[in-house]
Design a protein around this ligand. Structure first.
Ligand code: GLA
Length: 660
């Protein structure tokens, strides 16, 4: 049987790093366009995303089409050697749609309709919305599928809507029928014997709307799964339309970073190009690490090069206080993305708007225009990316350490009625990634059911719910020689959110050497669990260990005095608390070294990040004072074109890209 070969990011990059961003020329008089193109060319822009929010312009009245302006733009881009990532405009339906068809509007948990006037006001379950979305997608594919400027399709934008409407409820029922087959199975999975919730007829089953007291957690969990699946259905419907018209053009839909509403592992399987929008706060001391986390996760979802679809050249406008990027930071964070596997560095948006909700959000060309610092820095970066492009694109590097992450475990664990609302899943994930990042260990991310055998170390910050298949996978990984390090609240529940006997899966307890898990002892904000070698935060546990397990650290004082805090049995480690950042870093670095995983480079100053991509070594300095970095041997710095021997100095926000 012939294996279908899907298009990929390389079909769009053709050996160059894509550089550009969302271009919304419909917001400007046409006389501005030639000026835009002049500035784009001067900055090395080779890719623009058109049409993301153009539905009302393309379809001013139901069924009417106005493609003239887009025809002229596509030609203009092509004439100037700029490729087009063409978006379907389906994330922001025109006002006529909600007006004529209120069934296309989403309904909130408390039964309120979300109106037009903002964006993303569509019901994923609405048959009417889906019909209009398919029609405009078909016409775009037919009209531009053969246009030489087209390099990629961009479906919708940041899929993220929830819907509790009656139409969504009807669709939820059929989704549940597919999942469970019978009401008996549903009642069992949802544990409806509790609080008299037993269902006797499918018509009684609804989306989990506002209720008097805590909702059924398994129903809420399934609603999250359903929402991700419905949005995926919307994506797939449009993807299949463009795929039919242009089988050789890659398709993407941009993720939000670590967004709770989409199972991005599942989605990534359906994308030719995995892309993400990334906006760390320039003032956040951990902004670079949080960027690295999203980049590592996106590369892992892509299993290769990925696309930075959006970032900000300066401030965003959706935080309480929105800070600009100091001189050099945009370059540094862009090259960080390239180091961690990006083959496309793009922005929201090309030219800063003068009207609308985002007029104070930066663009590549700010209100200050061509002379402004933002554009000048964009121009310099464009030249640098062009210079290193040929040595970077298409390169993928595997790493020794994997961090496990799963949306279903997140959803199941983040419910009302748990023991501590201080335990925030993304914060725990970030804390573990930070420890590894600060130890200069580059990490991949993986799903708990993925093949893990290539990794020397696998860490599980927290996977509250695990399937039997995932548990089998973890056990097999350790049996085959892998080193596993797990945090607390892992393996507590099955995929229906049913607590496993003993409060944690029996086989996992055996693996880590936990005889009995007597009680969980969550900690208040600012409270610590003293241990003999560090202080624990967030959580602690009353555990008896088995004889063949070793207590690598123990609680000191208080109710848990003398009980194990960190347990080890062979190559399996269990942390029943979250050590403070420095202690977690030391612990994980020590375990990684013991398992043969080496940091990228030894002796690195604290604020310097080192990443290998192919045969290149990226050095990224996140501090403001110059530092000297030991780099034994002789290298060639692609950015300066000079030779580097044994050490190099990086100035404020400095970057070097070394070939050895
Ligand atoms: C998202 C959207 C863009 C824009 C930016 C602003 O990423 O996709 O349209 O609103 O946020 O930061």
């Amino acid at each position: 049987m012939a294996v279908e070969k899907r298009p990929h990011l390389g079909d769009a990059t053709r050996g160059r790093i894509l550089y550009g961003g969302d271009y919304n020329p419909e917001q400007w008089p046409e006389e501005t366009w030639p000026e835009d193109v002049r500035l784009m060319r001067a900055a090395g822009v080779n890719s623009v995303t058109l049409g993301v929010f153009s539905w009302a312009k393309l379809e001013p009245r139901p069924g009417e089409r106005d493609f003239g302006w887009l025809d002229r733009l596509m030609d203009l881009m092509h004439d100037n050697g700029i490729g087009v990532v063409l978006a379907t405009p389906t994330s922001s339906p025109p006002p006529w749609m909600g007006h004529l068809h209120p069934d296309t509007l989403p309904v909130t948990e408390d039964g309120r309709t979300e109106y037009w006037g903002g964006r993303q006001h569509f019901s994923h379950s609405s048959a009417t919305y889906r019909r209009y979305a398919a029609a405009i997608t078909e016409d775009l594919a037919a009209r531009y599928g053969g246009h030489p400027a087209l390099t990629m399709w961009h479906i919708n934008n940041e899929y993220c809507t929830y819907d509790w409407s009656d139409e969504a409820a009807a669709r939820f029922r059929t989704w549940l029928q597919d999942r469970y087959g019978s009401l008996d199975a549903l009642n069992s999975a949802w544990g409806t014997a509790f609080w008299s919730q037993g269902y006797g007829d499918w018509a009684e089953v609804h989306t989990p709307r506002n209720a008097h007291y805590m909702k059924n957690p398994s129903q809420v969990l399934d609603f999250k799964r359903f929402t991700s699946d419905m949005l995926l259905e919307c994506y797939l419907a449009e993807r299949d339309i463009v795929r039919l018209a242009t089988p050789h053009t890659p398709v993407t839909s941009n993720f939000m970073p670590l967004w709770v509403g989409q199972d991005a592992w599942r989605w990534a399987e359906e994308e030719d190009v995995v892309s993400v929008d990334l906006y760390p706060d320039p003032r956040d001391p951990l902004g670079a690490q949080q960027g690295a986390l999203v980049q590592d996760m996106t590369r892992s979802q892509a299993r290769g090069p990925w696309m930075l679809m959006e970032q900000a050249a300066g401030p965003v406008n959706w935080r309480g206080v929105n800070h600009p990027k100091p001189h050099g930071l945009n370059r540094l964070w862009s090259l960080q993305a390239v180091a961690r596997g990006a083959d496309a560095v793009c922005y929201f948006q090309w030219r800063q708007s003068r009207q609308g909700a985002e007029k104070f959000h930066s663009g590549m060309v700010s209100h200050a225009g061509e002379e402004g610092r933002t554009y000048q820095e964009i121009k310099r970066l464009g030249a640098e990316l062009a210079a290193i492009s040929g040595q970077v694109t298409g390169r993928h590097t595997a790493h020794d350490v994997a961090v496990l992450h799963d949306w279903h475990a997140w959803w199941a664990g983040a419910q009302d009625g748990r023991l501590s609302n201080q335990v925030d899943y993304p914060d725990v994930l970030k804390a573990w990634h930070r420890a590894l990042w600060e130890a200069h260990l580059t990490t991949d991310f993986a799903h708990p059911e993925h093949d893990l055998t290539a990794y020397k170390v696998v860490v599980v910050p927290q996977l509250y719910a695990l399937t039997d298949a995932a548990i089998d996978n973890l056990l097999a990984y350790v049996r085959q020689g892998g080193t596993l390090v797990s945090g607390f609240l892992t393996g507590v529940a099955d995929e229906d959110d049913r607590v496993r006997p003993g409060g944690m899966d029996t086989r996992l307890r055996e693996l880590f050497g936990i005889r009995t898990l007597h009680e969980w002892w969550p900690l208040d904000a600012g409270e610590y669990a003293d241990c003999d070698t560090f202080r624990g935060t967030l959580w602690s546990e009353e555990i008896d260990k088995t004889e063949d397990a070793a207590a690598e650290a123990s609680y000191k004082g208080g109710e848990l005095d003398g009980l194990p805090a960190v347990l080890r049995r062979g190559r399996a480690w269990y942390l029943s608390t979250l050590p403070e950042p420095g202690a977690l870093r030391e612990l994980l670095a020590g375990i990684a070294t013991g398992a043969g995983a080496r940091p990228v480079l030894d002796g690195l100053p604290d604020q310097v990040e080192a990443v290998r991509r192919g045969d290149l070594l990226f050095l990224l300095h996140h501090g403001r004072e110059p530092v000297t970095v030991p780099v034994p041997g002789t290298h060639h710095d692609l950015l300066t074109g000079t030779a580097v021997t044994d050490r190099l100095t990086l100035d404020r926000y400095g970057v070097a890209v070394l070939r050895t």
